[in-house]
Design a protein around this ligand. Structure first.
Ligand SMILES: [Zn+2]
Ligand SMILES: [Zn+2]
Length: 112
């Protein structure tokens, strides 16, 4: 849940994050508030278990609340298969393109 409040002194819009499990404010530390990538809810570390995207090598991996994580087991399995298919197709594309470039280069060599 995101609330926007305006402080009169500064007239700066400031986002206040509240935990969607306990309703209390999430104070900022150097951690960003945890937000589920599926349902968008914010939560305290103590209120809900979050799961990190296992194959996300980035600095800020996608996170999922425990409920969404459990509901997504089937979808994650399907996504994994699709990602494998995408990888396969991309390497096929590389091979086709490399062959085409090679053929053009060979033709050009013959013309010289
Ligand atoms: Zn909480
Ligand atoms: Zn969620």
């Amino acid at each position: 849940m995101t609330q926007t409040t305006e402080t009169k002194a500064e007239k700066v819009a400031k986002a206040v994050y509240r935990c969607d499990w306990c309703g209390k404010r999430i104070t900022f530390s150097f951690f960003t508030p945890r937000q589920c990538a599926i349902c968008g809810r914010h939560g305290h570390y103590d209120c809900v278990q979050f799961h990190d995207e296992p194959n996300d090598g980035g600095d800020y991996p996608r996170q999922y609340c425990d409920e969404c994580w459990k509901l997504g087991a089937e979808s994650r399995a399907k996504i994994e298969l699709l990602e494998e298919a995408i990888e396969k197709e991309e390497s096929h594309w590389h091979i086709v393109a490399q062959k085409a470039v090679y053929d053009v280069q060979r033709k050009n060599i013959k013309l010289i």
